[in-house]
Design a protein around this ligand. Sequence first.
Ligand SMILES: N[C@@H](CCC(=O)N[C@@H](CSCO)C(=O)NCC(=O)O)C(=O)O
Ligand SMILES: [Zn+2]
Ligand SMILES: [Zn+2]
Length: 190
Amino acid sequence: MSFSIHPLLDNGFKKGDSNKSGGKLYCHCKSNRIEVTLGSDTAFNHACGCSKCWKPKGALFSIVGVVPVDKVSVTANSNKLHVIDTSAAIQRHACKDCGVHMYGRIEVDHAFKGLDFVHSELSDEKGWQEPQFAAFVSSIIEQGFEPEKMGDVRKKFQGLGLETFDCLNPTLMDLLAAHTAKTAAPKAKL
Ligand SMILES: N[C@@H](CCC(=O)N[C@@H](CSCO)C(=O)NCC(=O)O)C(=O)O
Ligand SMILES: [Zn+2]
Ligand SMILES: [Zn+2]
C-alpha cells in the first residue's frame, strides 16, 4: 500500500483493556516534555481525517478520543502550551516547540462541551481504548490525497473492522443534532 493511514493501524490493532483508568501523555520534545495526566480512558476513540487534528508524520489520519475535562490535568511544562487556533470550536492546546496537540477543549456552547479531545498514542502505556470508527474520511482529499485512491483507504478501514464516515459517526452526529434542536428557536414537532 502506498499510504499510511496511521502507524498504529496500518498493521492491525489490539482491543484495549476495559479496566484502563488513564495514564500520562507526553509531547515529542527531547527535554522538558509537556506531561498531561488523564484520570480515565478515552471514549469514542476514532481515526480522524480532518485537517485540524494532530497526526504523526506521514499518517493520513489522526487517532483521537475524548475524556471528561475534570479528568485532564497538565502536570509538567504547561508554560510550553499554546492554543493553535483560537477561532476553532475545539481549542487545541499544542506544544510550542514540537507542535504536538496535548488536549483540545471546548469553551463555547456545544454538544461536546465538558469533554477534552486527546491522543492516547502520546502515552507510553498500552491498553487504551482501540479506535471505534473512522471519521472525516473524505477530508483527506482537501489536504491533497488523490480522490482515485479513496476506495483503497475505505477498504483498508473495512479490513480493520472500522466503519468509515465523512463526518462523525451516527451516535455523535445525533448528539450534535439533539443539541442544535435544544438550543435553536422552538419549532413544531415532527
Ligand atoms: N473538512 C474539515 C473538517 C474539520 C472538522 O469539522 N473537524 C471536526 C472533527 S475533529 C475530531 O473528530 C470538528 O469537530 N472540528 C471542530 C474543530 O476543529 O474545532 C477539515 O478537514 O478541516
Ligand atoms: Zn513538545
Ligand atoms: Zn479531526
